[in-house]
Structure formats: C-alpha cells, structure tokens
Write a protein that binds this ligand. Structure first.
Ligand SMILES: NC(=O)c1ccc[n+]([C@@H]2O[C@H](COP(=O)([O-])OP(=O)(O)OC[C@H]3O[C@@H](n4cnc5c(N)ncnc54)[C@H](OP(=O)(O)O)[C@@H]3O)[C@@H](O)[C@H]2O)c1
Length: 327
C-alpha cells in the first residue's frame, strides 16, 4: 500500500490506516476475537497505522493493540494513541504530572517503552494558546516517553493553532465528503508547515457507505443511538454532525456518483486520500470484511474531476448549511 510520511514524526504510514474506537466501546459490542481479527486483517492488507485512545473502552482498545503487537513483533505498525479525556475538561489538568501518569498507563496497555505518537484528545480550546502545555509535551519527548506528539482537534481554528506550534507533528481532524471545511485553510497550512494530517470519521460514522435507511436501528450502547444530539460528547463526532435523515438521503445521492467497481465506502476513502495535504485516513471497522474493503480503497482508481465536482455540489446543496460554520 502507498506510504506517506506522517508530518514531523518522520515515520512512514499507510494512506489507509485503521481507527480502533470500535474495538473499545461506544459502537455496540465487538468481541475480542473479532477485534484481534480486524487488526490482523488490516496489517495483512498493508495497513501500518493504528489510531487508538486511552479512553476507548477505558483502555480495552489499547490493550488489544498491545496484545497484537506482542504476538506480532515484526508488524511494523505505527500506533497513535490519545490522552486527556478520562478526566474533567479543564486546562489546568493538562500538566506534566498528569501527562506522565497517563503515559505510564498507555505504555503499559500497549506494552511499549516509548509511544510512537500521542495526541491530545480534543482538549479545551484554551489549551492551544497555553505554552505550558506544549512545554510539558516537549519534556515528555525529552524523557523518551513519547517519540512525537500531535493534537486531535474539533475545529479548523484549533487545527490552525496546533499547526502553528513548532513541535506538533500531526493534526487529526474530521474530513470527509460531508465535512469539507478543512480543505480551505487547514490542509494548505499543514502542507506548508510539514505537519501530518490524519483524517478521522471518514465515512461519517458509516453514513457514506450508503447502507443505512431512515429505519436503521443502532444498539443502545452505540453513540449513533445515544449521541445524535450531542448528549454525551461533541455532536460532530456522530454522523459528522449531519442530521441523520439528511445524511441518509445525501448518502443515496453520493452512492449514485460512485464509479462502477468501487463501493461507496471505498469512494469516500479515496476522495479523502487524494486531497493534497492528507497523510492517512483512519476508517473504523467492526469486522474483517470492512477492514479488508477499506484497505483496498488505497488501490481503487482516483476519482475524476467530474465526480469531485459533483461531490462538492452535493455538499453545498445538502450538507453545508448544517455543518460548515460549526466546526
Ligand atoms: N475525537 C477523536 O479524536 C476521534 C473521534 C472520532 C473518531 N476518532 C478516530 O477515527 C476513527 C474513525 O472514525 P469513526 O470510527 O468514528 O467513523 P467512520 O470511520 O466514519 O465510520 C465507522 C463505521 O463505518 C462503517 N463501516 C466501516 N467500514 C465499512 C465498509 N467497508 N463498508 C460499509 N460500512 C463500513 C461501520 O459501521 P457499522 O458499525 O454500522 O458496521 C463502522 O463502525 C475512529 O475509530 C477513531 O480511531 C477519533
């Protein structure tokens, strides 16, 4: 699979990585066997980048990855984790003592001495202008606890503030055919600065696969059931902030634009990886079939100019009014 340098980490990662929130919690249940099979199938298909977080299943996702790494010591996978959301969201808590404690826990979960990449996990906005936080992250690198650090952001303004920080290696942001705003300023700024871009929620929580209908039912412990209006965390993380029924109808139109031989989910991933400035896209997968199909998106033909134009027009008509000015 095509590899790209992940910004200031200097590490090569596959253009299609794997998001592992599903292997923790919040997406209905994924049993341990299926979770380990998803990791193995992804690597088998050429994936060399996993995204996780200390909070996914309160450590379950990290622990499963740790087990996979132990059992596959030569996998060559770069693992990005996140820290900061197992606590109240107050900037004072983003301090060196807490960073060290969170880092000890993630290193134990993952079974490594040094984390490849740790991302602040959508911290409060004031964090981006707080020098002490980034000084503490520099200290973590000096101590050998982390090789590099980045930030997972909610808004384009936060992304631009993170990119302006001298040692931020990567920015993780929602970017998909239903979330176009990062194309305007974030991707060009990241390219200029040499900061990696990790595109999350690439399928708009599955909407862009075109599989869901107005009547689809999601499990009670699936955020697509319990966070549709942002009841538990930022609503932008659920269906990319698009109202569900609007999203279902727009996904039908999106599916009609997809070239023969490519599935809508693969076209959605292909759309992302051909945007200049994107390093890697991290679809979540709940089973082996999804993991394999997503990895295969790296080798489907590029979308042509007419298709790109039609996707932008669909966004302008159906999605932009709901999301463009929010994040
Ligand atoms: N704040 C943050 O930093 C943050 C927030 C959100 C996500 N993330 C990261 O980004 C990753 C990706 O985002 P996401 O998982 O939220 O959303 P996503 O990748 O847009 O959607 C994942 C869902 O899409 C469906 N799907 C996946 N592959 C498919 C395929 N080939 N064909 C049909 N359907 C497919 C599955 O739905 P079903 O479950 O219905 O099968 C899956 O659960 C996460 O796993 C996580 O690592 C980070």
């Amino acid at each position: 699979m095509e590899q790209r340098v992940l910004g200031r980490t200097g590490r090569q990662v596959s253009v299609v990585g794997l998001g592992t929130w599903q292997l923790g919690a919040d997406w209905g249940s994924v049993d341990e066997g299926d979770a380990l099979a998803v990791l193995a199938a992804s690597v088998e298909a050429g994936v060399t980048f996993f995204d996780t977080a200390d909070v996914y299943g309160d450590g379950r996702s990290e622990q499963l990855i740790g087990r996979f790494l132990r059992e596959n010591p030569d996998s060559g996978v770069v693992v990005a984790t996140k820290m900061g959301r197992r606590q109240a969201q107050e900037v004072e808590r983003y301090n060196l003592d807490n960073f060290r404690a969170w880092n000890d826990r993630s290193r134990a979960n993952l079974g490594v001495d040094t984390l490849d990449l740790v991302q602040l996990h959508c911290p409060p906005t004031v964090t981006y202008s707080t020098d002490r936080v980034f000084d503490a992250l520099d200290t973590m690198v000096e101590e050998g606890r982390i090789a590099s650090y980045g930030v997972s952001v909610e808004t384009v303004d936060e992304a631009l503030a993170a990119i302006a920080r001298e040692h931020v290696a990567s920015v993780q942001i929602i970017l998909n055919a239903f979330r176009l705003k990062p194309l305007e300023r974030v991707l060009p700024a990241a390219l200029d600065a040499g900061v990696g871009i990790i595109a999350r929620v690439p399928l708009a929580s599955g909407l862009l696969s075109g599989r869901y209908t107005h009547d689809s039912v999601f499990a009670a412990d699936d955020h697509r059931n319990y966070n549709r209006r942002g009841e538990s965390f930022d609503v932008g993380e659920t269906f990319s902030g698009v109202d569900y029924d609007t999203g279902v109808e727009a996904a039908v139109e999106f599916s009609a634009l997809v070239p023969a031989g490519t599935t809508p989910a693969q076209a959605a991933l292909r759309w992302i990886i051909q945007q200049p400035g994107v390093t890697t896209v991290i679809p979540g997968a709940r089973n082996v079939a999804q993991a394999e199909a997503n990895a295969a998106a790296a080798s489907v033909p590029e979308l042509d100019a007419d298709t790109l134009k039609a996707i932008a027009e669909l966004y302008d008509r159906r999605i932009r009014p709901q999301v463009h000015d929010r994040w």
